[in-house]
Structures are given as structure tokens and as C-alpha cells.
Ligand binder design. Sequence first.
Ligand code: GDP
Ligand code: IMO
Ligand code: MG
Length: 426
Amino acid sequence: MSATALIGLQWGDEGKGKMVDILAAEAELVVRCQGGSNAGHTVEVAGERTVLHLVPSGILSPTARCLIGHGVVLDAEQLLKEIDALEARGVATAGRLLVSDRAHLVFSYHRELDRAQESRRDEKIGTTGKGIGPCYEDKVARCGVRVGDLDRPEALERRIAQALETKRSRFEALGHEPPRLEEVLASARDLARRLAPMTVDGVTVVHEAMERGERIFLEGAQGSLLDIDLGTYPFVTSSNANVGGLLSGSGLPAQALTRVIGVCKAYATRVGSGPFPTELEDETGARLRERGNEFGSTTGRPRRCGWFDGPAMRFAVRVNGVTDIALTKVDVLSGFERIRFARAYETAAGERHEALPSMVDDFEGLRPVYEDFPGWEGELGGVRRYEDLPAELRRYVEAVEDYCGARVRWIGVGKGREHIVDRGEG
Ligand code: GDP
Ligand code: IMO
Ligand code: MG
């Protein structure tokens, strides 16, 4: 048994898509396990950029099969658009892309509720508006509709009717017309035809792959600091983006995991609201945004940018049992005279803390305590060996591993699939 989980260690957009694409060359099955079309995973091959929201990032690797696991909330309309775009570019998905029958479906009323609720919130979360929160709410409230319901006409009608009934009063309170059963049913029946050939019992697919000795790769979405339990609540997403969520969302047993790869940028970004102690609302932040092209892959929003947050990273490494770090976008830092690394936080009263606060209010007035590193110059896109990276950058990489307690195995030096330094097994 040999399974790998790959997760984001920050607030998402760490470069997971690119890493999965690279590592999928060594996998037979790639599984998305949680989240939904709020994710935007970018893969760049030979200058061509593909942004995947639901399809696992292993799809561009010709050997891997891809499964959308049951922990995902599936916007089937979005999935079909993505499939059509891939097919139009000659990427075959038939027989290679599977969807778990246990996955919950996102309907238009989830998206509508998401946007309506967000617009009424005093303290905005900055959700992606993709219906993620409302769909997970239905799942937990046990009034969700699942992919496997689509080919059972009677159950489908009953479940959708029940789901709409539970929402009527909420829509009315928001001053919105409640969704109409006939319309939702018609669209569900339409989707059913196209989803049927790819619908499977995902747990069986995972376990049969294990029995055949296949290498399985779990692709996390979002990041540990957006995790519903471990993140900066309430400024989080609605799923478990940590390694536990990948196990429960795929049905892979914990003993099968031999490696947990944590992806983090060499600096930090966040889209949406919530605490971000190392945020730079100045020219340096703007320079990071411009050099790193930090604009959301899903919503196009400018990402907030800042320095590497050590305490937050160490927290994410610990809770996930990260065995290897992939440190991405070091090329973006080239040319900065001074690179800052937060080793602790200081409260307004001057107390020093090395732990990430558990309560959002405790971030108030918290300032990072920085260690400064000398910067480096030069274009790194052509570097493939660790020894060939500038000495100042190697010092920075070693500070990340010392502080976080996990080895940095991969270093991202550009957007493309080839732009990677692999230090090999330690
Ligand atoms: P994900 O959500 O974690 O998959 O990350 P996104 O795709 O949303 O955002 C990461 C962005 O950084 C994408 O535009 C990638 O093409 C880009 N990227 C990934 N790794 C690197 C890297 O090492 N260097 C540079 N310059 N860009 C990178
Ligand atoms: P990937 O997989 C970055 C953020 C949203 C918002 C919060 C809640 O590409 O890293 P939601 O729509 O999930 O209810 O929004 O979570 N968010 C992400 N930020 N990358 C993502 O995914 C994200 N998915 C959700 O911006 O702050
Ligand atoms: Mg993203």
C-alpha cells in the first residue's frame, strides 16, 4: 500500500495543482476528497494554463485515473463545463474520470443562498459564492441530495422536494423567491444523463486500487488555515481541508498513507476576509502580488499578500503530520533585498507567543516578530538542482524546515510543470 496525501498549509492557492500534476506521473489514481468548485487549481504545461475547479489535477497526466470522492460537494453543471473544455482541447476524460455516488450535489439554490447570506453578513467571510457552505449545511442537516440519487427518479423527486421545503422560509426571510421544484428537477434530470456513465461507488474504486497495489494520490483543496475545525474560524471554508478530511472524503484507511505532502508558498497569501498577521498593505505587498500574479483562480479577486508566517506554518505541519514540504514560488522573491520570516507574534501588551491563536479575536493587535534574511537575485526558472540555487535562498529554505519541523523536498521555481527542484528522498 502506498498512498500520498497532498494538502495546502496556508489559506489556499499554495500551488497544489501544479504539484499534483507533477506527482501524478507516479500515480495510478488521483482523488479529490473535499471542497468543491470554490477550489481553483492551476496546471501549466508547455505554456498552456489549465485551471481546474472540480476535476482532479491528475487529469493531464495520461496514466492516472481520477476520482471525485464523496467528501466533495459537486456542482455538476460546473463539472460538465470543465469536462467539455478539456475534451475540446483533446484531453480524454471518458473512463478516466469517475464521480462517487455518495458525493453531495450543489444546486442553483445553494449558490443563491451563499450569495444572499454573504451580502447580508455584517462581518463578511468573502465566500466564493459557489454554494459550498449551504450544500455542506444540507449534508450535515441530512437533507442533501447525492449523485447516486440522480438515477432513482422517485427518490430524486422526494429528496429535492424535501430539501426545498427546508429552505422555503430561509428564502422568504431573505426576500427571495423560493426555488421551484419543477425547475430544479428538470435540471437534475438533465445532469443525470451525463453523470450516469461516470458514477461509481468511490469507496470500492479506492479499495480495489489498493488491492491492485496502485499508487493513490489524495489531492487536497483549500488549505489547513481555511479548515472548518482547525482554521481561523469563522473565516474558513465549510470542509475539513486537513489530512483527516482527505481520508474521510475518500474512504482511504489511515494506515495506507505513507506520505503527507504539505504545500506552502515561500510567502503568504489569502483571498477573502479573516486574520492575516503578516499581511503587507504597502508597496512590498503590491510587489508580491504583481510578481506572483496573485489574483484568485476562481474569482479573479486580488489576493492579500504578506511574509511567511512561521507559527501558522508550524501549526499546519503538526496537525497534518506533514512528512515533506513543497515550498513554491521562491522565484517570486528573487530581487527582494530583505526577506522577512515571522518566528513569533507579539501582543499589544508586549507578550511573545509562538502558537497560532485559536480564537479569531486574539489576532487583534497581534504583530509578527520577524527574522530577516538577505535576499537573492536572478532568474531561477532554469535551476533544477538544489546546489545551484543561490546560497541565500538555501539558507531561507533551511530556516523553513528547521522552524516547521519537516523537510523541504520540492522547491517551485516557476509556473510550469518543469519548474521544480526535487531534492530526492532525504
Ligand atoms: P492551488 O489552488 O494551490 O492549486 O494554487 P492556484 O493554482 O490557485 O495558485 C497558484 C498559482 O501559482 C498558479 O497561478 C500557479 O501557476 C502558480 N505557481 C505554482 N507554483 C509556482 C512557482 O513555483 N512559481 C511561480 N512563479 N508560480 C507558481
Ligand atoms: P484552492 O483549492 C483560496 C476561501 C474564500 C473565503 C473562504 C470561504 O484553490 O486553494 P467558500 O466559498 O469556501 O465558502 O469561501 O474560503 N477559499 C479559498 N481561498 N483557495 C481556495 O481553494 C479557496 N476555497 C475557498 O475565499 O475566504
Ligand atoms: Mg487555488
